[in-house]
Design a binder for this molecule. Structure first.
Ligand code: AMP
Length: 326
């Protein structure tokens, strides 16, 4: 086998030829561009689904990989903690790094290839001088609290799209603004990539799964539940309209003094502008707040108006932004 650091020493020809055999043996692990190129060339199927992650994989990531596995001939998982999307005061240095456990999840879920490069492989000349700009949608909500975050995120997503040469890319609704911006990048810059949204995976108590949940103490975790509770309360008020949704969600957050709320918004899914009181249709109820030392985000797509309530994902996320702009 001319490439890579395959974890097991199974090297038979059939192992290379069929995804199921490859999956059983564990994914091919690639650390360099050359290894990726060689391993990617071995993937013979027509559809190649890619799941991009920063590692510290949990059931949310596993669900993305599973969806990708169901849909495509081959699955590539990338594990890369992208320094470009972390601010100087953010948690890059303490972000959990759990490669062996991550690889076990990729193996269990049948990934064919894991690309886990170091920063100097992704950015061989240091920080790139040319970057993707997220534009105005990158300066609100998360972008307001994390300046430059979305430019750094889009830049690495674009690079990983090119490097993996996938045909479809799977992203979680958990990071709603990220997902929207990736869709906009694909549309605005004519990427031929199919973007698939996967609903947020939650713990049984409602907390959205996140690699950052590892930072939470037991009591932090109790406090953090108010975020998903607020979303559920807001969504339950959806038939009554926007101000009822905001009021119901805010009431839950106000009752929890130990959460430092950054924002709670009900916005249009593609413009991210506050929806007015007359609005009926799909909207994004999103919240961000600090619990202890940990900043958490969560959201719920909601249908506002008669028969409304929580949705898993938006029904037509690729609708032209112009037609839906508020
Ligand atoms: P991350 O490793 O946090 O950058 O996340 C990698 C991908 O997994 C992104 O597309 C996230 O939106 C997605 N993801 C993270 N947490 C969840 C979750 N709880 N449910 C669904 N998708 C998730």
């Amino acid at each position: 086998m001319p490439y890579s650091t395959r974890r097991t020493n199974v090297t038979s020809a059939t192992d290379e030829a069929t995804p199921s055999a490859a999956a059983a043996a564990g994914p091919v692990v690639c650390r360099t561009r050359d290894e990726l190129r060689a391993a990617r060339a071995q993937l013979s199927g027509a559809s190649i689904a890619v799941v991009m992650t920063m590692g510290a994989l949990h059931e949310g990531h596993a669900t993305l990989i599973r969806r990708a596995r169901e849909d495509a001939d081959h699955v590539i998982v990338t594990i890369f903690l992208n320094p470009l999307q972390f601010g100087p005061k953010e948690d890059l240095s303490r972000y959990p790094r759990t490669f062996d456990a991550d690889l076990a999840i990729c193996t269990r879920e049948g990934a064919d290839l894991v690309f886990a490069p170091s920063p100097d492989v992704v950015y061989p000349e240091g920080d790139p001088g040319v970057r993707i700009s997220a534009g105005p949608l990158g300066t609100v909500l998360e972008g307001q609290s994390r300046p430059g975050h979305f430019d750094g995120m889009l830049t690495v997503v674009a690079k990983l799209m090119h490097l993996t040469a996938g045909t479809a890319f799977y992203f979680g609704q958990k990071d709603a603004q990220q997902l929207l911006l990736i869709r906009r990048m694909a549309r605005d810059l004519d990427f031929a990539s199919r973007i698939v949204s996967v609903p947020t995976v939650r713990d049984p108590d409602g907390l959205a799964m996140s690699s950052r949940n590892a930072y939470l103490t037991e009591s932090d975790r109790e406090v953090a539940l108010c975020l998903s509770k607020a979303l559920r309360a807001g969504a339950a008020a959806a038939p009554e309209g926007p101000s009822a949704i905001r009021r119901a969600a805010r009431a839950v957050l106000v009752a929890e003094p130990l959460v430092l709320v950054d924002y709670l918004v009900l916005v249009h899914p593609t413009s991210l502008r506050d929806v007015p009181e007359w609005y009926r249709g799909e909207a994004l109820l999103a919240v961000a707040g600090k619990v202890g030392t940990t900043r958490l985000i969560d959201n719920s797509p909601v249908l506002v108006g008669p028969g409304g309530g929580a949705l898993d994902v938006f029904s037509n996320p690729d609708a032209a932004p112009e037609t839906g702009m508020l």
